[in-house]
Each structure stands twice: as C-alpha cells, then as structure tokens.
Design a protein around this ligand. Structure first.
Ligand code: PEP
Ligand code: MN
Length: 388
C-alpha cells in the first residue's frame, strides 16, 4: 500500500531529483496522528450519520508555514459553539489546518508584474514570491510541511489537554485536523499500519479529502482514499456525474462504518439544477454518506480590480439552497465546509455592488476567505434555513 499506484495522478509538481531522498526520510519519521485519534473522529462522524451530531470543517484555503494556530482554533471553536448553542446538538470540529499546505490549480502559469511565472502550489511545493526561483517545486519543502504539521498538531493536542481557563459548562470537545490529500508522494510516504482496525491509514491528518480536480474515479487519488482507513471526503462540483458519485460511494463508503465518507458539495449557482438530479439518480446510495456543503468554491469571482473574491450573498444563497434540496430528498445537511481566517481581512464582499471596490485588507495567497464575522453570518444562514 505504501507504494504509489501506476494510475494517473494529476496536479503533481515536477519535483527535482531530491524527491527520492525526501520520501525515504518521510517514511522513517513517526506518524503525525495516531490510528486511535482517526478512529475517534470516525466514531464522532458515525454519530453525525445517525443524526445525533453535526460537523463544522473550517480553516484556510492555503495555510502558510509562518501561521500560528491559536486564532484558527478559536475561530473554529466559536463557529462550532454557535451551532451547538442554537441547536443543542453536539458539533464535530474539524480544522482545515495542520497540513493544508498544497493547492491544486486551474492554470499552471500566471501573469505577474514580473512576467509569466509558474503558479504557487502551496508552501509544501513552492513560494508565492514573484520571481522564477521561488516558483520552482522544491521537494525539501515536504519535510518542512511535515515539521509545520507536527508543530500545529502539538498546539491542537495541548489545547485538548489543557482547555482554556474559565471553561464552559458544556463538555470540552476535541479538535481534529484535515487537509486535501493532494501530493501523493507525501501522503503515501506517511501511510502507516492501522493497528486498531487493521489495514493502513494516512498518518498525515485525521480526515483527508480529495479535491474537485483530482477526484477522477480511475485516478490515483481516489485509489489512495480507498486504501486508507481514515474518514475521507470528496469534493463534488457541478460537472460530477451521478455514475461517478455512485462509484465513489460504493468504493469509499461501503464496507466501512457510517460517516466514513463525506461528499462535500461545491456547486455554486448551478446547485439548483445539479443537486436534485444527482440525488434523484443516486437514490438510496445518497443515504450512505454525509452531505457537507462548501458554499465557497462554486462562487469564485474576480472584482473589477482583478482580485479573487466571493460575494457573501451568493455564499448564503448556496447554503440555504443546499439545505432545502437535501430536505426535499429526505436527507439532512451534515455539516458546513468553510474557508475562513481569524485575520481581520476583507477578501469576500457582502453583495454584488461591492465588486467595484478594491480590497485593501487582503492577504490571501490563494482563494478569498471569509473573515470571522462573515463566517458567523454564513453559519447563521444555515441555522435559519433549518440546519440541525
Ligand atoms: C479547496 O478546498 O481549496 C479547493 C481547491 O477546493 P475544490 O477542490 O473544491 O476546488
Ligand atoms: Mn480554496
């Protein structure tokens, strides 16, 4: 299993000659997360499948090696607490962090002030600085990604061991880590024996998801997700066919405990046409997965100044529509998947007329993130739409 398959793997960087030594080093390193912590998340997700809990999965689009964890943990906690207080239902807390260092990209080059350059693919691959050497894929960055994940996970464990002073009257909840399993050399090098359930697990994070650009059913990423025991997710965009989604359910969910597979819809304005059709065609298979809504990745826009952004009105419309379509099909929204930052940025805007404005509190190196206030609005919309 630890070997890469020969299936096609898209979105992989052109690593130089150092890759083999880096992979050998990663294989010698300790697991970043234990099988029992992945299993504990699996149990919490089984409760979600039974309708006894909900999920918030939130964090950066692209984490930076320079990031610190406290603010991200506070924001995830605040969003989950908002849902628990409103619904009285426990919320499973899954960060998009402690390993979210690699990005799939739509284009392989971009135009910059310094001419065309290869795109930034996340701190695990290259640097966003605008000069040619910065954009070269450097396999040694995979070792740095491991080190930064380890440090970030320490912050998570410490917080779970020593909850913030003052506490609360509800039981303290554990926070889990998730990221997109994109770089297969890295993910395979961190596969370890699952001595709890048997088989192998991905030790780079508790929940690993496969993105919209890499979810081909005959590709190497889905084969990877199939071969590990962790809870897994797959992003579902508007071009997903019901046949492919049915294959994903059969291969990734069946034979596992309930809650093993989350389908994370990111359908944007096409949700109204695509989700009802998908659910109709899936029939009873739709009951074998958790349905999470990512209301951001189908709503990417550029403003008049060329900045990548998203309109909160579009985001809340997608959340409300997703809740309604699932309910019409006798299904429940299990959770929200959000790109958020605790930084005081304005990268997403409130409504369409704001697309005229240049955004100057804008620091993202990839997609536009909701700030804490905007994320709370999106969560409130889901609650108003009857979520939970
Ligand atoms: C992401 O989650 O940052 C991402 C690239 O999403 P998707 O695969 O849905 O496009
Ligand atoms: Mn993103």
């Amino acid at each position: 299993m630890a070997e890469r398959t020969r299936l096609p793997a898209v979105q992989q960087p052109d690593w130089g000659t150092e890759l083999a030594a880096v992979v050998a080093e990663l294989r010698r390193r300790p697991a970043l997360v234990t099988p029992s912590s992945c299993y504990s998340l699996q149990r919490e997700l089984a409760a979600v499948a039974a309708g006894a809990a909900l999920v918030i999965q939130a964090g950066d689009c692209a984490e930076r090696f320079t990031d610190t964890m406290a603010g991200k943990l506070d924001l995830l906690t605040a969003l989950a607490d908002q849902v628990e207080v409103a619904t009285g239902v426990p919320v499973v807390r899954v960060g998009r962090f402690a390993g979210q260092y690699a990005k799939p990209r739509s284009e392989s080059t971009e135009t910059t002030a310094h001419g065309p350059l290869p795109v930034y693919r996340g701190d695990a691959v290259n640097s966003p600085d605008e000069h040619p050497e910065a954009r070269v894929a450097d396999a040694r960055r995979l070792l740095a990604a491991y080190d930064h994940s380890a440090t970030a996970l320490d912050a998570l464990f410490l917080r779970d061991l020593l909850p913030p002073f003052g506490g609360t009257d509800h039981p303290h909840s554990v926070t889990y880590a998730s990221h997109e399993a994109l770089l297969l050399d890295y993910e395979h090098a961190l596969v370890r024996e699952d001595d709890l359930q048997g088989g192998d697990y991905g030790s780079s994070g508790h929940l690993l998801w496969i993105g919209e650009r890499t979810r081909a059913v005959d590709g190497a990423h889905i084969a990877f997700a199939e071969a590990i025991t962790n809870p897994v997710g797959v992003k579902i965009g508007p071009d997903a066919t019901a046949a492919d989604v049915a294959t994903l359910v059969t291969r990734l969910a069946h034979g596992h405990a309930p809650g093993r597979l989350s389908l994370i819809t990111r359908l944007g304005p096409r949700l109204g046409q695509t989700l009802p059709r998908l659910l109709d065609e899936l029939g009873p298979l739709a009951r074998d997965v958790l349905w999470l809504c990512d209301p951001l990745h189908g709503n990417n826009l550029r403003n008049r100044h060329g900045q990548k952004t998203r309109v909160v009105d579009d985001v809340v419309a997608e959340v409300a529509a997703c809740c309604a379509v699932l309910r019409d099909h006798g299904l429940a929204l299990a959770g929200l998947h959000l790109e958020t930052t605790p930084e005081p940025v304005v990268e997403c805007v409130g409504s369409a007329p704001d697309l005229d404005r240049r955004l100057d509190h804008y620091t993202t190196v990839c997609d536009a993130r909701l700030n804490a206030e905007q994320a709370a609005v999106v969560v409130a919309t889901a609650l108003d739409a009857g979520w939970g």
